[in-house]
Design a binder for this molecule. Sequence first.
Ligand code: B12
Length: 211
Amino acid sequence: MASVLESIKEKCIKGKRVEVMDEVKRALAEGIDAKQIMMEGLIPAMSVVGEKYSTGEYFLPQMMLGARAMSESLQMLKPFLAKGSYQKKGKALVGTVQGDFHDIGKNIVKIMLEGGGYEVVDLGVDVSPEAFVEAIKKESPQFVLMSALITLTMDSMRKTIQIMDAAGVRKQVRVGIGGAPVTQKFADEIGADFYGSDAYGCVEKCNQLLQ
Ligand code: B12
C-alpha cells in the first residue's frame, strides 16, 4: 500500500485538491512532521507537474489544478510550519518579481521566515523594481528577498538591484534571490548578497548574515 506521503504526491500531481487535503490531515494525524509533508509530498509533486507541462502531457489547466491543491494544503500546514520563535530577529521584504505570478515558493519562504522569528512584509507577485524601492524606504527591512520562476523574469531581479542602487537604498539591505531557474552564478552576476535553493536555506542565510 502506498505511504501517505506518496499518496499526497500522487493526488497532488493529479490536482485532486480535496483528496490531497484529506491525506495531509491523515499524515498530520499520524504524527508526520509538516516539513516532511511539504518536502517529500507536495514539493516533489510540483516538479512532476512541471515536467508533464514541459513534455506536453499537461496543459495550463492541469498545472493550475496541481498548484491549487498545493497552495491550499500549504495554508493547512502553515500553523505547523510557522510555530517558531515569536521574538522578532529582523524584518524581511518578500516578493515575486515583475512579470511573474508564481507565488508558491515565495509563500513557503515567507512561512519559514516567520517560523524562524522574522517579521515579513509580503509584497505579493509581479512586484516592480520601484515598488521594492518604495517598500524599502517605508519598512526599513534588513533583507529583500526576491523570487522568480520564469527564466525571462529573472532579469527583473537585476533591474530591481540596479534601481535600488540608483535610489541609494541598496547598501541598507541584504538581497537574497531564489526560485527554480535561479543559480548562485546568476546571483554573483547581478550582485545579490545570496542565493538560496530552498526556503530552509534562506532562513539559515538570513541568520548567518545577521550575526
Ligand atoms: C505551479 C506552476 C504554475 C501555477 C502557479 C500558481 C502559483 N500560485 O504560484 C500556474 C498554473 C498559475 C502557472 C502559470 C504559468 N507558468 Co508555471 N509552473 C508551475 C510549476 C509546475 C511549479 C512551480 C512551483 O510552485 N514549484 C514549487 C515551489 C515550492 O518551488 P519554487 O517556487 O522553486 O520555490 C522553492 C525554491 O526555489 C526556493 N525559493 C523560491 N523563491 C525563493 C526566494 C528566495 C529569496 C530564496 C532564498 C529561495 C526561494 O524556496 C522554495 C521552497 O523550498 C513550475 C514547474 C517547476 N518545476 O518549477 C511551472 C513553471 C515555472 N511555469 C512555467 C510557465 C511557462 C508558466 C506560464 C507562463 C504558462 C502560461 N503559458 O501561461 C504561466 C506564468 C504566468 C506568469 N506571468 O507568471 C514554466 C517556466 C519556464 C521557464 N523556465 O521560463 C515552468 C518551469 C513549467 C515548465 N516546465 O515549462 N504556473
